[in-house]
Design a protein around this ligand. Structure first.
Ligand code: HEM
Length: 213
């Protein structure tokens, strides 16, 4: 593939950041499911032993949150909802048939929904997680508040797991997307089809760079 047929989408630090979040998510989600359902207790072994899982799970979750905040600060502007997103949402029946609609920028409406759902559920998970975190913080809260926090923690964890399943499915389903987060580039044809506004912006930047002496 020629150099001009590829567009850079993520730098190496951005990809490392994303995979730290993804790795922590897998560990926290599996160990969390292990705590929650007796039939999934064996999943606690992803963090060594059940005792270790109990100690490490909150730390893994905190690292995931901190790493996601860096992603949040990097991408929030690209995830603001605009008029083109409404066109995309109204034509979702075409999108699922692999047609494209609207002048989509760096991210489409579906990706933006994943982004905002992820930050909301991560904030809820962190806040409720601190309230139920024994032996460090839980002692400072009342039993009814700890019970409410347990419900919030479980509901937001299930929501995040569902959202990330959709995210992974979309990343694998839309051909050409996965190289973005693995190698950092996307085929220009992919960008032109799925993110036409972002494609034009990148081409403009490339042309300006080529003109520079
Ligand atoms: C575990 C497997 C995962 C895979 C295979 C995966 C795959 C990808 C891919 C391919 C992209 C690039 C999409 C594009 O640029 O169009 C991406 C972007 C992104 N991913 Fe993941 N991801 C995973 C987990 C996660 C998790 C756990 C989170 C957050 C909790 C996450 C949050 C994001 C965000 C915020 C973006 C940027 C898109 C945006 O801001 O809307 N990912 N991911």
């Amino acid at each position: 593939m020629k150099k001009r047929d590829r567009l850079v989408r993520y730098s190496a630090p951005e990809r490392i950041n994303h995979w730290i979040v993804a790795f922590c998510f897998v560990l926290a989600a599996l160990s969390g499911l292990g705590f929650f359902f007796p039939s999934f207790n064996w999943l606690m072994h992803v963090l060594g032993t059940p005792q270790l899982a109990r100690i490490l799970h909150p730390f893994v979750g905190t690292v995931m949150f901190a790493a996601f905040i860096i992603m949040f600060l990097r991408y929030w502007k690209h995830n603001l909802i605009n008029r083109e997103d409404l066109v995309w949402a109204k034509n979702i029946h075409k999108i699922v048939q692999n047609e494209e609609v609207g002048d989509t920028g760096k991210y489409n409406f579906g990706q933006k929904c994943v982004f905002w759902a992820a930050i909301i559920s991560l904030v809820l998970l962190l806040v409720s997680g601190i309230v139920i975190w024994r032996p460090y913080f839980a002692g400072a809260f009342t039993i009814p508040l700890i019970r409410i926090a347990l419900v919030v923690h479980s509901v937001s964890a299930v929501a995040l797991i569902v959202v990330i399943m959709v995210h992974i499915y979309a990343a694998l389903w839309v051909k050409g997307t996965i190289t973005a987060m693995v190698e950092g580039w996307v085929p220009a044809a992919w960008a032109k089809k799925h993110h036409p506004r972002w494609y034009r912006e990148q081409r403009q930047r490339q042309t300006q760079q080529e003109k520079r002496p």
